[in-house]
Design a protein around this ligand. Structure first.
Ligand code: 8YV
Length: 318
C-alpha cells in the first residue's frame, strides 16, 4: 500500500497501544470517546477504511459486507471472533486476524475466580454485607462447597483449557477430566473422556473453553446430565450455553450453580439470571488486565503491520 492507509479503531485501547499505533500510523482514527460505532458506523468504517480494528463489542454480520467494502484487513482485538462473519469477510477479500495466546493466563484466572466464588458463595456474601444484612458469624452461615479435591471437567482443551486444568490440578489438587473433539495428546494431571456427556456426568465443576457460534453446545439435555451438586463455569462465549435452559436448571436445582463471564446477547443479561443467587455474574472480564489488554493490542498492531508490508499476518483466521 503506497499511500498512508486509513485505519479505524472501533474502541478506546490501553494508552500504550494507542501511543504505539499513533507512532506507527499518525493518521489512524482512534475512538477516544469509546462509543461503540454500532451497525451504521461499522458499515461506514468498512467502506471508508483500509483496515478496521474491532472488538467483541462490534457485530460484523454478512449484511455489513454486502455491496462491497474498501477494507482489506480486520484486526480483531480478541481471540474469539464469532462476532465476525469470517466467510462473508473472506468473500469480500478481507483478511481477518485475532489475538490468541496472550490472554490465556488472565482468562484462566477468571475461570478459577468463578469456580472459587460460586463454590464459596462469595457474591452472595458480598451482596449481603454491602446491603447491611450481615448479622454476624454463624456456624451455618452461607455454607458453600469445598473446591480442593473435587473433579474439574474441562470441555475444550486448548490453551485456556490447559491453563485452567493446570491451576486446578497443581494448585488445588483437583482431578481433571476433559473432552476435546480432536486428539490433543497428553495433558499433565488430566484424563481424556470419550464424550461431552461423560465429562458432564463426572465433574463437580464443568468449565467451558470452546469457540462460540452455532448451536449451543450445552443445551437442556446436556445440563440434565450434570450432577445436582455441580457448577457450570463459562468464560468462553455466551452462545455456547442455552441461557434459558441454564436459568431453568439453576432455578430447579438441577445443578448447584453457575459462574459466568459471558452472555448470549452482551451487554444484556436477563433479569431471570440476575435474580438468581446461585449464579455468579461477571461483566466479560476474562482478559481484563492492563498487561493482557496491552499485549492484545500490540498483537493487533503486529498483524496489521505484517499485512501492510504484504506479509502473511501471524494470526490470520480468514
Ligand atoms: C476479549 C475474549 O476481551 O479474546 C476474547 O475472545 O473473550 C475477551 O477476553 C474480547 O474478545 C475483546 O474483543
Amino acid at each position: 500500500m503506497s499511500e498512508e492507509p486509513v485505519i479505524v479503531v472501533t474502541r478506546r485501547w490501553p494508552e500504550a497501544v494507542q501511543d504505539a499505533l499513533r507512532e506507527r500510523h499518525p493518521g489512524a482514527r482512534l475512538n477516544e470517546a469509546d462509543r461503540p460505532l454500532g451497525p451504521d458506523g461499522l458499515r461506514a468504517a468498512l467502506r471508508e477504511a483500509d483496515a478496521v480494528l474491532p472488538t467483541v463489542s462490534d457485530r460484523l454480520p454478512a449484511a455489513l459486507f454486502e455491496g462491497g467494502v474498501r477494507a482489506r484487513f480486520l484486526g480483531n482485538f480478541g481471540a474469539g471472533y464469532d462476532h465476525v462473519d469470517v466467510e462473508a469477510a473472506r468473500r469480500s477479500g478481507v483478511v481477518v486476524t485475532n489475538t490468541p495466546g496472550v490472554l490465556t493466563e488472565s482468562t484462566a484466572d477468571i475461570a478459577m475466580t468463578l469456580i472459587l466464588m460460586v463454590a464459596r458463595r462469595a457474591g452472595e456474601g458480598e451482596r449481603e454485607l454491602r446491603a447491611g444484612r450481615w448479622a454476624g458469624w454463624g456456624p451455618t452461615h452461607l455454607l458453600g462447597s469445598e473446591v480442593g479435591g473435587r473433579t474439574l471437567g474441562v470441555i475444550g482443551m486448548g490453551r485456556i483449557g490447559r491453563a485452567v486444568a493446570r491451576r486446578a490440578h497443581f494448585g488445588f489438587g483437583m482431578p481433571v477430566v476433559f473432552h476435546n473433539r480432536s486428539d490433543v495428546g497428553d495433558v499433565p494431571g488430566a484424563t481424556r473422556l470419550g464424550s461431552v456427556e461423560e465429562v458432564l456426568e463426572a465433574a463437580d465443576f464443568v468449565s467451558l473453553h470452546v469457540p462460540g457460534g452455532g448451536e449451543p453446545l450445552i443445551d437442556a439435555a446436556r445440563l440434565a446430565r450434570m450432577r445436582p451438586t455441580a457448577f457450570l463455569i463459562n468464560t468462553a462465549r455466551g452462545n455456547v450455553v442455552d441461557q434459558d435452559a441454564l436459568v431453568d436448571a439453576l432455578r430447579s436445582g438441577a445443578i448447584a450453580g453457575a459462574g459466568l463471564d459471558v452472555y448470549a446477547d452482551e451487554p444484556c443479561v436477563p433479569e431471570t439470571l440476575r435474580e438468581l443467587d446461585n449464579a455468579v455474574l461477571l461483566p466479560h472480564l476474562g482478559s481484563a488486565t492492563l498487561e493482557t489488554r496491552t499485549a492484545m493490542g500490540m498483537l493487533v498492531l503486529d498483524n496489521l503491520d505484517a499485512f501492510l508490508r504484504g506479509e502473511e499476518p501471524p494470526n490470520r483466521v480468514a
